[in-house]
Each structure stands twice: as structure tokens, then as C-alpha cells.
Design a protein around this ligand. Structure first.
Ligand SMILES: Cc1cc2nc3c(=O)[nH]c(=O)nc-3n(C[C@H](O)[C@H](O)[C@H](O)COP(=O)(O)O)c2cc1C
Length: 373
């Protein structure tokens, strides 16, 4: 039976436990060039000190055209290499490994665009910027940008990359009929909508070589009208498996879905008491897909985390918001203080990310100001 605190090897990465810090746009990087500075590095270091097994910073934009938010970390040019290298060293010093999430925002762009528009699978307008449908040349360039970004991460000493294929970022936009109305070989059938993801995956693999871990985070359901849906999850993941992905993280929802289904909306989430939001998706996945599974969404107790791995529901448990509030949560649990995470899933931590102020637990800060924490 698997245990959360046992060591494992994931595609050559020796991990000290089965806890993953799910990717988090920290909004702490240099607003102009995306470089990681001392503040962002210290943030990551704290999580490593807190005994996380695998830390996933970012998402990191692969090109200026793919940047989503101010303060987002970048891996778009060699100028980012020293900061990423220092981040990797800081994390390694405390026994954790680090996988950089690499991303293109597509139509989901909230920063000024050098071109004057966003680029996505189809013409649409999700933000202030008009999104123009990508040409075949745009697609080829973007695939090449992902590959170059992954090679850069590897050069910086980062242990793995994770493709951001969830939450209505570009790969997820291509996958979703809601955002993708193309009539060429990149639109229509699941095979066509998955083509972009698979091209990115193969190009990244070619750039980093056969032994470097390449992970992906995907939606299990967009929870949106005509979106990517649970019935397509297993066939899609089998395509990723055939293309050689090393681990898949299951998530769900988009920035434009019913708020009830996406963690990013303060006005409502999946009920707080319901841990493991994507349990049904994980069960379906496990019946057919062999690639190691990372499961994220709502885990707040050690007991549930233990159950996830001991029951075989997933190989790794990913956590995000509780670690924003309490970066040493895993260490605390490991040392025997197994009280529930004090995160209330209020989503207020999105505010300082969106403004470029840099992530912190807003609820905790308010409590502190009232002298209650
Ligand atoms: C402030 C914030 C930023 C996030 N940024 C990202 C991101 O850049 N990439 C990503 O895949 N998910 C991102 N997420 C989603 C989390 O990784 C995770 O999937 C979600 O919060 C559910 O896990 P949790 O219940 O443990 O928080 C973010 C979540 C929050 C709260």
C-alpha cells in the first residue's frame, strides 16, 4: 500500500514524499522581463523548507505573446536563466525538487500586447484584447516557443517541466470546442483539438531529450457550455500517454466557467467540505491510463491525502491554496500535528496575483490585522 510520506522516483526524480505544490502564478516576478528575484525565490524556498516533495512554480510564459498577468514569471528568453537557476538551487538546498509550469495564455491575456492583440485558436474576445485566430505559422512558432522554454528550464537546473494544459490557457483553449471553432486539422474532433497539445509535447520532448521529465496539467471538464468534458478525458490522456508524457495532473474548470466549479472565483467554489474535487475523473483515469497521476483540488486534511494514495486513486497529491496560507503545512503534518489546513478556500489570494502585488494569504493577513492570528 502506498503512503504519502514515502519516497518515490518519478521519471528519474527522487521525491521525498508524494506531495506536490500545484502550480501557482505568484505574481512576484519582474513586471518587465519576468525574471525571478529574491522575493519570489524566497517564497519558493519557504515551501521547500516546509518539506514539499515537488514544487511547481509558475505558470511561466513561453513568449511575450503568451504572457497572461503582470508579475508573472517568464521563461521566454535567456535573460530569465540566472533567476531560475537561483530558484532551483534554493529549492534543492532544502531537499525538494522543482518542475516549472510553462504556459501560453492564448486569448486569456490581461497585459498589454506588443502586437496589439491576443492569439488563440479562434477569433474571440475574453479580455480587453481582441484575440485573433492563429495561423499555421503562429502555431508552429508557438510550438517552437514551448520547446525553447523547456530547454531553457532544463539549462537553468530545473528538474522538470509541466505544460499548462488546463484552466483555459492556450492548450486548453485548443482542446475545448467552447473556445476552438476551427474547421482545419486543429478543430472539430477530439483528435484534431488535441493536435496542438501533442505537437507541443513532442517538440518539448525533442528539445529536452528522452530522460527529462515532462508533465502536463489538464482539465477533466471545463464545466462550460460546449466545453471539453469528462467523457473526453480518458481518450485524451491515452493520446498523451502514447506521446510519452511522464505524469498527468488532473484539474478542472476555466476562468469563464460557472464560478461554482472553479477555484478562482471568490463568490463560490465546490463546497468547502468536499475534498478531492475531481475524484470521479481520477477514478475513470485509473481504470485505463497507466501514466502516474497527480490529483489536485480541495485537499485539506492529511487523512484525505493518505486515502488518495493508499486507495490508489492517485500517485501524488497536489495542493495549492493551503500552502499559500501555510508554506510549512507538509512539515507540520509530518511532525505529527495533523490538524486540518486552516485555508478556508476563500480565493482572496487571487487578488494580489492579479494586481501584480504578489501572492499572500489575504484572509490570514486580515486576521493578523484584527489581532486574531
Ligand atoms: C492564486 C492562485 C494562482 C494559481 N495559479 C495557477 C497557475 O498558474 N497554474 C495552474 O495550473 N493552476 C493555478 N492555480 C490553481 C491551483 O494550482 C489548483 O489547481 C487549485 O487552487 C486547486 O487546488 P487547491 O484546492 O489545493 O487550492 C492557481 C490557484 C490560485 C489560488
Amino acid at each position: 500500500m502506498a503512503h504519502v510520506f514515502e519516497t518515490t522516483v518519478l521519471k528519474g526524480m527522487a521525491l521525498r514524499n508524494r506531495f506536490v505544490h500545484s502550480a501557482t502564478n505568484e505574481g512576484m516576478a519582474d513586471p518587465d522581463d519576468g525574471c525571478a528575484g529574491e522575493r519570489l525565490i524566497r517564497w519558493q524556498e519557504q515551501c521547500a523548507e516546509g518539506e514539499i516533495g515537488l514544487l511547481i512554480p509558475g505558470n511561466a510564459y513561453v513568449s511575450n505573446q503568451g504572457k497572461s498577468r503582470p508579475g508573472q514569471v517568464g521563461v521566454q528568453s535567456d535573460v530569465t536563466l540566472p533567476g531560475l537557476a537561483r530558484m532551483a538551487e534554493a529549492v534543492h538546498r532544502h531537499g525538494a525538487l522543482v518542475a516549472l509550469q510553462i504556459a501560453h495564455a492564448g486569448a486569456n491575456m490581461y497585459v498589454p500586447s506588443e502586437t496589439g492583440y491576443a492569439l488563440g485558436p479562434s477569433d474571440m474576445k475574453l479580455t480587453e484584447l481582441h484575440c485573433r485566430a492563429m495561423t499555421k505559422d503562429d502555431i508552429a512558432q508557438t510550438v517552437a516557443d514551448f520547446a525553447a522554454a523547456a530547454a531553457r528550464a532544463k539549462k537553468a537546473g530545473i528538474d522538470a517541466v509541466q505544460l499548462h494544459g488546463a484552466h483555459s490557457y492556450l492548450i486548453s483553449q485548443f482542446l475545448s470546442p467552447h473556445f476552438n471553432s476551427r474547421t482545419d486539422e486543429y478543430g472539430g474532433s477530439l483528435e484534431n483539438r488535441a493536435r496542438f497539445a501533442l505537437e507541443v509535447l513532442r517538440a518539448v520532448r525533442a528539445a529536452v531529450g528522452p530522460d527529462y521529465p515532462v508533465l502536463i496539467k489538464t482539465n477533466s471538464d471545463d464545466y462550460i457550455d460546449r466545453g471539453f468534458s469528462l467523457d473526453e478525458l480518458v481518450p485524451y490522456c491515452l493520446m498523451l500517454q502514447d506521446a510519452g508524457v511522464d505524469a498527468i495532473e488532473i484539474s478542472g474548470g476555466t476562468h469563464f466557467s460557472d464560478p461554482k466549479y472553479f477555484c478562482s472565483r471568490p463568490e463560490g467554489t465546490v463546497p468547502r467540505e468536499q475534498e478531492i474535487y475531481f475524484k470521479e475523473a481520477a477514478e475513470r483515469y485509473r481504470r485505463e491510463v497507466k501514466v502516474p497521476l497527480i490529483l489536485v483540488g480541495g485537499v485539506r486534511t492529511l487523512g484525505v491525502a493518505e486515502h488518495v494514495v493508499s486507495s490508489g486513486l492517485a500517485d501524488y497529491v497536489a495542493i495549492c491554496r493551503p500552502l499559500v496560507r501555510e508554506p510549512n503545512l507538509i512539515k507540520r503534518w509530518h511532525e505529527g500535528d495533523t490538524r486540518r489546513s486552516t485555508c478556508i478556500s476563500c480565493n482572496l489570494c487571487f487578488g494580489p496575483v492579479r494586481s501584480g502585488e504578489g501572492i499572500y494569504c489575504v484572509a490570514l493577513e486580515r486576521q493578523r490585522q484584527k489581532g486574531k492570528a
